[in-house]
Write a protein that binds this ligand. Structure first.
Ligand code: TRP
Length: 494
């Protein structure tokens, strides 16, 4: 008995090894583990951490939001992130094809034959259970492609604001600016649709240009100075806000949760923010995982990325809220303009602020573009692999559609300001649709797919975790994460 099991194990391991050695993404691989970590961090760290996190925290009661956010990262987002990278790395293609590959692999059954010479059964091959080419699971990939386009459409507009703020800072507009000055500067800018359209166009153009050249080359170079640079400026800003009179009040607001404020809607927003900030639920990390060599531990790289991402978001909060309280801004009403109305004040009154401000917005722009790339890469690779496009054609087409949708977001800050659907303007609608519905739905489906459909031996072989860590992950991915997403979703909805 022992022999047979052992023998089977050998075969299974051998098949897995052969299968893995032979398969690589046609788009190439990251040249090292560090570069994957950089790329995934580049995807995760972006406007979400610095622009969206403080705004969401402000709107949802500060500490109450932050504590639920941290719990969502640990218990929901992190295990799903591991699952998403796992699908990509094993599938080695665009999300649609990777999901198809894995569901075929999962439906294979072992065929045994009796080996009469040795008088034992031996496994000769795997055979498909169902022969159909199409599986419903690949719909997760399609949904992700659509979510990516929607997210990028507004992401690019906000990234355009960032570019404009580089020049505003450089030309000294923030010098000694008051709270009213900063607010009216921002209002004036967002009411100017043409100007925003120009920056949005430039940002989309740059994103598509980089993607059309292939993701790895440019990205690898950009991220090497981006991450350290961003950390440095954030630390400098942190140093500055400790001198503000509202420092402790800001910290208290951020870290002392008022538990009564934890409502279903706060929890829903916080969970959506965790998905958005870690770039999970739409296939961005799946596609990056497909460029990851099999040698590296998914768990290890995931933890590093999640930690870096959370760290930057919290740091952004530590910087913004002291400014908010020092200058008596109302955190609940500032909305998506929060950082654009607070940070100029800090830069305007600190020594060297012109330089730091300019540098900060340059870095934020880079952080945005490395995230933007990951938002359209799944759609682009889908057109390349399944619809015979060249990289350039694919980037151009997807870029154009995204650009077009983005115009709606621009208008929602001026011409369409008062046009609302379900009480939300166009921008808020797209934001809620993606963060609160599509990403959680994508993540939920990935959790079910990897937790229940993918064979245990496959996830064991891919993750290479210790026994106990694997067990914890498996419990999270099968029970905790999907149940939590569903409960939060239904509660929030009602
Ligand atoms: N995480 C990025 C940010 O925080 C945005 C982003 C990039 C994203 N890729 C994604 C969000 C995929 C959701 C899904 O700015």
């Amino acid at each position: 008995m022992y022999n047979i099991t052992y023998y089977h194990k050998l075969i299974i391991n051998k098949e897995i090894t052969i299968a893995q050695n032979e398969r690589k993404s046609i788009h190439g691989q990251w040249s090292s583990k560090v570069l994957f970590i950089f790329a995934a961090t580049g995807s995760a760290v972006g406007l979400g951490n610095i622009w969206k996190f403080p705004w969401m925290a402000a709107e949802n009661g500060g500490g109450a939001f932050v504590i639920v956010y941290l719990a969502s990262v640990a218990l929901i987002a992190l295990p799903i992130m591991i699952a998403e990278i796992l699908i990509g790395r094993r599938g080695k293609q665009n999300p649609v094809n990777s999901l198809r590959y894995l569901s075929k692999e999962a439906s294979q059954v072992k065929v045994y034959e009796v080996d009469h010479d040795l008088n034992r059964t031996k496994q000769t091959k795997y055979q498909h259970h169902n022969q159909e080419d199409y599986t419903n699971w690949e719909l997760i990939g399609w949904m992700g492609v659509i979510s990516g386009i929607i997210i990028l459409s507004f992401y690019s507009v906000i990234a355009g604001w960032t570019i404009s703020y580089i020049f505003k800072s450089f030309s000294g507009l923030f010098n000694q600016v008051t709270i009213d000055g900063a607010t009216s500067l921002f209002k004036k800018f967002t009411s100017d649709a043409e100007r925003q359209l120009a920056w949005h166009t430039i940002f989309m153009f740059m994103t598509c240009y980089i993607v059309s050249k292939g993701v790895r080359g440019g990205l690898e170079k950009a991220i090497k100075f981006l991450i350290p640079g961003l950390f440095m400026i954030l630390l400098i800003l942190t140093g500055y806000v400790t001198t503000l009179s509202g420092f402790t009040e800001g910290l208290r607001y951020l870290f002392l949760p008022d538990l009564n404020k934890i409502t279903a809607s706060v929890v829903w927003s916080a969970m959506g923010m965790a998905f958005f900030s870690l770039s999970i639920g739409m296939g961005a990390l799946m596609i990056y995982g497909s460029y990851l060599s099999n040698k590296f531990s998914i768990f290890e790289v995931t933890s590093i990325v999640a930690f870096a991402d959370t760290f930057v978001a919290i740091l952004a909060g530590i910087i913004i809220f002291p400014i908010v309280f020092t200058y008596h801004l109302d955190p609940t009403t500032a909305g998506p303009g929060l950082i654009f109305q607070t940070l100029p004040i800090a830069f305007g009154s600190m020594p060297g602020g012109e330089t730091f401000g300019t540098l900060f917005f340059i870095l934020l722009f880079f952080a945005a573009i490395t995230s933007a790339i990951s938002l359209i890469e799944p759609a682009v690779t889908l057109l390349i692999e399944n619809f015979r496009h060249t990289r350039a054609e694919a980037s151009l087409k997807i870029g154009f559609v995204t650009w077009l949708v983005g115009i709606g977001t621009i208008f929602s800050f001026n011409y369409w300001q008062d046009v609302t659907i379900l009480g939300m303007n166009f921008f808020n609608l797209l934001d809620a649709l993606t963060s609160k519905v599509l990403l959680p739905l994508g993540g939920f489906s990935m959790a079910i797919f990897v937790g229940y459909l993918v064979k245990r031996r496959t996830s064991v072989a891919e993750l290479k975790m210790s026994q106990s860590m694997y067990t914890i992950w498996r419990v999270l991915i099968r029970y905790i994460a999907p149940v939590a997403v569903m409960v939060i979703f239904t509660n929030g909805f009602m």
